[in-house]
Design a protein around this ligand. Structure first.
Ligand code: SF4
Length: 512
């Protein structure tokens, strides 16, 4: 089991779409665990990777041969497969000992996608029903799996995600020949529809609720009347176009019926869905996310941002994750083995994603075909401001909330506080500092009572120099994450210390 665990946790480390949030579930007598909406991933590595879930693959045996993947069929690596019972044992034992706060379960494709998902379904079913596990579960959807198993597993998991893998259809064809946009988008659409139906059923309404309570900004991607993409976008990212959807929930395959029969003794003949609905279980209550690899193919930031924006608008995703390409395989279609992982670019894309979701920006405003990549030396909001200097400086005592939000160094909270504070008097730079505005960026773009903080020319070159001087150290830290690493269940840094008797007791009683 330990050997399997070593292989299958290592194989899962490349998946970054594993943060959790959005589910409130209280403990219940006779069952184990709970989950809180604020999220359980309170620990992150410096590069944003989450470290508090048991993150494993069901199997790293894979019939597919995605060129970028460590687990691809053509790689000669140690292989292992968990049984559903083993996944349950590990999850329950680690949870009891406080090593983990939930499970992230992904898998290679062993046999067919449906057979693979059935194994994952069995593991989740046993965890929830036999072992009464009420902690957080994030499960991956395997493209190409039977819609019925995707539907049923959604009642057992909190979050689901199906990886988009690569931003464009060309990239997918080149590097993941066994996957198609159709097999990837079909389950994404199906999960979206299931979540929408669930919201209607419980009366929340089909529109995505922003967990952070940020007001939807005019023109932003979540604003009213903006749920459809315009023609230009549809054409540019046509591989996300309509017509993929249409979950086929009718009829259950014999394999699923068979598995249900042998597995679910307490479930009625109608299958898991009515059973789950009767018990008030929600469908994918923490929403769905996806992930794409950045830097394996030559898409621009502009293309990536447009795809991201469309995923939020068309598929109602909770998060889109970016994973900087890690060169592990030698292949003529891939960047060389000495290519550095584009960590700074990945970091900038996450910042830009934030601008799309919470600051009312659109991909078209941030980048364009003429200028398709971010300047990685400054954050994307500064980059945008430097290219729109005609809109600055902004007078802090007069500007609208939406305008304030666009000023580098002013976040959602500080913009709100400024608007509140202005009702009681005029603000000056020391007030802004107290409010929480990051003046080392904002100072160049603001005036207070008509005065700038520094008498400096508002010109792109001058401001770029000032801003990059501040960002230099941060950029270096993002690009050199050697001092930070993802936590591992194994001591691969030779830090073994003999456990004391006290440690032994604590372990037995789950106090570590
Ligand atoms: S399907 Fe592709 S990405 Fe997933 S494990 Fe198999 S080879 Fe890797």
């Amino acid at each position: 089991m330990e050997e399997k665990l070593a292989i299958l946790t290592d194989a899962a480390k490349y998946d970054v779409a594993c943060t959790s949030s959005g589910v409130d579930r209280k403990g219940e007598k006779g069952k184990l665990g709970n989950s809180v909406a604020a999220g359980i991933c309170h620990s992150f590595a410096a590069d944003g990777r989450c470290i508090s879930l048991l993150k494993i693959l069901m199997t790293n045996e894979c019939a597919f041969d995605c060129k970028y993947c460590h687990n691809r069929a053509s790689n000669d690596i140690p292989r292992a497969t968990f049984t559903p019972e083993e996944v349950c044992t590990l999850t329950m034992e680690f949870y009891r000992r406080n090593y983990i706060e939930g499970l992230f379960l992904s898998s290679g494709v062993r046999g067919t996608p449906t057979e693979t998902m059935m194994q994952m379904f069995q593991a989740l079913y046993l965890l929830r029903v036999k072992y009464g596990f009420r902690g957080y579960i994030h499960v991956k959807g395997v493209p190409g799996a039977d819609p019925q198993v995707i539907r049923e597993i959604g009642y057992l998991a909190d979050r689901m995600s199906v990886n988009l893998e690569l931003p464009t259809a060309d990239g997918l064809r080149k590097l993941a020949p066994h996957k198609t946009r159709r097999t990837i988008l079909t389950p994404i659409r199906q999960i979206q529809q299931g979540i929408a139906e669930e919201r209607l059923r419980v009366g929340i309404g089909a529109k995505m609720e922003r967990a952070w309570g940020v007001k939807t900004l005019p023109g932003g991607i979540f604003s009213e009347g903006n749920s459809q993409i315009d023609e230009k976008t549809a054409e540019q990212i046509s591989w996300l176009g309509a017509g993929e959807a249409g979950s086929d929930n009718t009829g259950r395959s014999p394999l699923i019926k068979e598995t249900e029969k042998s597995l679910i003794s307490g479930v009625s003949a109608g299958g898991l869905v009515p059973w789950a609905e009767k018990r008030g279980l929600s469908y994918v209550p923490a929403g769905q996310s996806t992930q794409m690899i950045i830097g394996a193919t030559n898409e621009t930031d502009y293309q990536i941002m447009r795809v991201t924006e469309s995923l939020y608008r068309q598929f109602d995703l909770k998060r889109v994750f970016f994973s900087g390409y890690i060169p592990i395989n030698e292949d003529s279609e891939l960047p060389g083995l000495d290519t550095p992982v584009p960590l700074l670019r990945e970091h900038r894309l996450y910042q830009a994603d934030w601008l799309l979701r919470y600051y009312g920006f659109r991909a078209d405003e941030l980048l364009s075909e003429e200028r398709p990549d971010f300047n990685v030396l400054v954050d994307p909001k500064c980059d945008w401001a430097l290219r729109h200097l005609e809109q600055f400086p902004v007078e802090v005592n007069r500007a609208d909330y939406a305008i304030l939000l666009r000023v580098p160094g002013i976040g959602v909270k500080s913009a709100r506080r400024i608007v509140e504070a202005r009702r009681f008097g005029r603000l000056d730079f020391p007030d802004l500092k107290r409010i929480g505005v990051v003046l080392k960026r904002a100072a160049y773009f603001l005036t207070c009572n008509g005065r700038q903080m520094y008498p400096i020319a508002i010109e792109e070159d001058v401001l770029t120099r000032c801003l990059t001087a501040d960002e230099g150290k941060k950029c270096w830290e993002v690009e050199h994450p050697d001092s930070y690493r993802q936590l591992t269940l194994f001591d691969d840094m030779n830090m073994v210390m003999m456990p004391t008797v006290e440690d032994g007791r604590k372990t037995v009683f789950g106090q570590l």
